[in-house]
Write a protein that binds this ligand. Structure first.
Ligand SMILES: *Cc1c(COP(=O)(O)O)cnc(C)c1O
Length: 385
């Protein structure tokens, strides 16, 4: 199979597929239902929960970007994770990282509490904890790398090699990097999940998700479940998300370039205690990131010198960044994990996860690089230390 460049896949997916009017950009099929050709003669589509042409074009494009066999577009990223959980029975063990996305953690813990499956929460960067977890013969291991908000890196290839020996499925949440910077299926994973809300749509105007499988068999099983539990994505959201995907590659390049400029400014600045970004040689996951990623990503976090007073001074003086949760849009966002994204954790749990009051997270957008650098420089100068 010839390997197309990612930018070509992203731009060309579904282009000129309209047989009726030869529209270059595929139309949105909003119809909920489709007429049969005749008695007992079903066409390619019958009802939009089961299948929809607009959703299928997005699913096929995203599957091709991740080099998977099958893509299933879901209503939210969380719905995609819930879909993957359908593969688990009450006696099956699921192993998840202690620092996974808060919504994932809530979903796994609460489904396990009701007996949907057994759950073990571990630090996946610790080989001893991984050994112990695999000894319990898990049905599936859930990986999220880089993690949020400290950008810890998990070695996907190593986990996939261990998993193979135990017949364990590997599912990877690839939301933070997109297929442009990481392709977990090529590292040995069985399933990739995205919140398309983030980089894939990239414009902060759709909530959505996708599940992509390495094999067609697993894809068909999950597609059956997606219809059964009714979590497939809408046609209109699929159209908008595909529109966002068109520019995925140039966006990711600019996101990264801007992020690296900010890392350079922050690292070693007198108002900054520590910077967390895998591009830094001092980052514990730097070497693994270099081999398993094609780019270091545009999410970064850092600790200011001082506490909440300094955080307030910094955020109040910061231009061009919106104080908001979420990530991956064209616009830059700043977030205070302790009071925003990770507020549901109590203080002890926050500290255990390394989330201090002086930690700040950036989702670096694609505004002008020099103006972002100037904005952060000015805000750092406003911090009284
Ligand atoms: C946002 C996010 C999710 C959840 O996706 P929704 O689209 O908000 O349901 C899952 N994983 C990661 C890493 C995320 O950032």
């Amino acid at each position: 199979m010839s390997k197309k460049n990612l930018a070509t896949i992203a731009v060309r997916g579904g282009i000129e597929s309209d047989g009726q009017y030869k529209a270059v950009v595929p139309p949105i099929y909003l119809s909920s239902t489709y007429a049969f050709d005749g008695f007992d003669q079903k066409g390619p589509y019958d009802y939009s929960r089961c299948g929809n042409p607009s959703r299928d074009i997005l699913a096929n494009t995203l599957a091709e970007l991740e080099q998977g066999a099958h893509g299933i577009v879901t209503a939210t990223g969380t719905a995609g994770m819930h879909l993957v959980c359908q593969l688990l029975n009450p006696d099956d063990l699921l192993v998840v990282p202690h620092d996974c996305y808060g919504g994932s953690y809530r979903l796994f813990v609460n489904l396990a509490k009701r007996g949907a499956f057994k759950l073990q929460v571990i630090d996946q960067t610790n080989p001893a904890e991984l050994d112990a977890a695999f000894a319990a013969q898990p049905k599936m291991i859930w990986v999220e790398t880089p993690s949020n908000p400290l950008l810890r890196i998990t070695d996907v290839k190593d986990i996939c090699q261990r998993a193979k020996q135990h017949n364990t499925l590997v599912a990877v949440d690839n939301t933070f990097l997109s297929p442009v910077f990481q392709q977990p299926l090529t590292l040995g994973a069985d399933i990739v999940v995205h919140s398309t809300t983030k980089y894939l749509n990239g414009h902060s105007d759709v909530v959505g998700g996708v599940v992509i499988t390495k094999t067609a068999e697993l894809g068909e099983e999950l597609a059956w479940w997606a219809n059964c539990i009714g979590i497939t994505g809408s046609a209109f959201d699929s159209y908008l998300t595909l529109r966002g995907v068109r520019t995925l590659v140039p966006r990711m390049k600019q996101h990264l370039e801007n992020a690296l400029a900010l890392v350079e400014l922050l690292d070693g600045h007198q108002a900054v205690k520590q910077v967390y970004h895998p591009s830094l040689p001092s980052h514990p996951g730097h070497e693994i990131a270099k081999t398993q990623q094609q780019g270091f990503g545009a999410m970064l976090s850092f600790e200011l010198v001082g506490g909440t007073d300094q955080v307030t001074q910094f955020i109040n003086a910061l231009a061009h960044f919106s104080l908001a949760e979420s990530l991956g849009g064209t616009e830059s966002l700043v977030c205070h994990p302790a009071t925003m994204t990770h507020a549901a954790m109590d203080e002890a749990a926050q500290l255990k996860a390394g989330i201090t009051q002086s930690l700040i997270r950036f989702s670096v957008g694609i505004e002008d690089k020099d103006e972002l650098v100037d904005a952060v420089k000015t805000a750092l100068a406003a911090v009284k230390i």
